[in-house]
Design a protein around this ligand. Structure first.
Ligand SMILES: *[C@@H]1O[C@H](CO)[C@@H](O)[C@H](O)[C@H]1NC(C)=O
Length: 312
C-alpha cells in the first residue's frame, strides 16, 4: 500500500533499534550511558579550555568547536531512543523529521570541516612555527570556524529541499533510530533518483575534498618531524598531532562503515546496533582521545581539579 498525496502524511513512526519488549530496557540504559558519558566528556573539555588561559590557543578553540558539535550530534541522533522509551511515543512529525535530517547532515559536514581546519592549524604550528601566531590569529581562526559552520549548513540544504518535495511514502515506519536520509529515501515512492544522485555527488565531494585537505598537511608534518634531530623534540611535535590524527581516522572509518554498506543489510537489528555504535563512538571517544593522549589537556585537567576542590 502506498501512502500518496490523498493520505497526507503528517508523522512518521521511528521504529528504533528493536521491537522486542525484552530489549527495550537494556537498549535504553546503554544509550543513556553513552549519552551521559558523551555530554560529560565534551562538557569537561569546554570547561577546562574556558578555565585555563594556557589553553587559549587556536587548536583548543577549534577543539571546543568540535566538542559543541559532538554534544549536538549525539543529542540529535540519540534523543529519540531515550525520549520514546520514557514517553512510549515513537512518532515524529514530518517537519521534525526533516529538521532532524537537516541538522544531522549539517553536523557531519561541520565535523569534517572543523577537523580539516584543525589539520591546517597543526600544519602551520609544526611547519611554520615562527609565523604561527600571525597566520593563525584570533580573527583568521574565527573566520575559519565560521566558514566551516556555514558550509556545513549550506551543503545539506539541497538534500532537504529535494526530500521535502516527496509526497508519497510506502509506509510510515522508519526502520532506524533517527531520521536519516537513506532510510527516508528508501521509504519514498516518488522518483528519488535526483536525490540519490545528489547524495552521491555530495558524498564524493565530501569524502574526497576534506579528506585530502586533512591528510595532505600530514605529509608535510611528518616530513618536518623527521627532520627534527632530537628525539624528545620529535615526540613533543608528534604528540600535539597524534590526538588529532586519531580523531580524524576514527571519524573517516566510522563514516565509511556507516554509509558504504549495501542498503539491503540496513534493516537487520545487528546492523542497527552497529550503526548505533558508529554514530555514538565519535562523540564519545573524541574527548577521551584528547584528554588521554595530550599532556597539555592532562595537566590542565589536574589544575582545574585542584582549583575546584580548593573552592569547595
Ligand atoms: C570556535 O572556534 C573559534 C575560532 O577559534 C572560536 O573563536 C570560538 O569561540 C569557538 N567556538 C566554541 C563554541 O568553542
Amino acid at each position: 500500500m502506498n501512502l500518496t498525496d490523498q493520505t497526507v502524511l503528517t508523522f512518521f513512526v521511528i521504529k528504533g533499534i528493536s521491537d522486542a519488549p525484552s530489549l527495550q530496557l537494556p537498549i535504553f540504559l546503554l544509550v543513556l550511558f553513552i549519552y551521559v558519558i558523551t555530554v560529560c566528556g565534551n562538557g569537561t573539555i569546554l570547561f577546562i579550555v574556558s578555565q585555563q588561559p594556557q589553553l587559549h590557543t587556536p587548536m583548543y578553540f577549534l577543539l571546543c568547536n568540535l566538542s559543541v558539535l559532538d554534544i549536538s550530534y549525539s543529542t540529535v541522533t540519540l534523543h529519540k531512543i531515550l525520549v520514546s522509551f520514557v514517553s512510549g511515543d515513537k512518532t515524529v512529525s514530518v517537519n521534525a523529521c526533516r529538521a532532524q535530517m537537516f541538522i544531522f547532515t549539517s553536523l557531519v559536514c561541520n565535523e569534517l570541516l572543523i577537523l580539516t581546519a584543525m589539520s591546517y592549524d597543526r600544519y602551520v604550528a609544526i611547519c611554520n612555527p615562527l609565523h604561527y601566531s600571525t597566520i593563525m590569529s584570533r580573527s583568521v581562526c574565527g573566520i575559519l570556524s565560521s566558514v566551516c559552520w556555514m558550509l556545513g549548513f549550506l551543503e545539506s540544504m539541497p538534500h532537504i529541499i529535494l526530500i521535502s518535495r516527496f509526497t508519497c511514502y510506502k509506509s510510515k515506519v522508519i526502520d532506524h533510530f533517527f531520521c536519516d536520509i537513506v532510510p527516508l529515501l528508501n521509504l519514498s515512492c516518488n522518483d528519488t533518483s535526483l536525490s540519490k544522485f545528489l547524495m552521491f555527488i555530495c558524498g564524493l565531494f565530501l569524502a574526497t575534498f576534506p579528506f585530502f585537505l586533512t591528510f595532505i598537511p600530514y605529509v608535510f608534518i611528518i616530513r618536518n618531524i623527521m627532520r627534527i634531530p632530537l628525539k624528545t623534540g620529535k615526540y613533543k611535535a608528534f604528540y600535539t598531532c597524534s590526538s588529532h590524527l586519531t580523531v580524524v581516522v576514527l571519524l573517516y572509518v566510522t563514516l565509511v562503515c556507516q554509509y558504504l554498506r549495501p542498503a539491503s543489510v540496513e534493516t537487520l537489528e545487528s546492523n542497527k546496533l552497529f550503526s548505533l555504535f558508529n554514530t555514538a563512538a565519535v562523540p564519545l571517544l573524541n574527548p577521551l582521545i584528547y584528554s588521554l593522549k595530550n599532556q597539555d589537556v592532562k595537566s590542565a585537567l589536574k589544575r582545574s581539579w585542584h582549583q575546584l576542590t580548593k573552592k569547595l
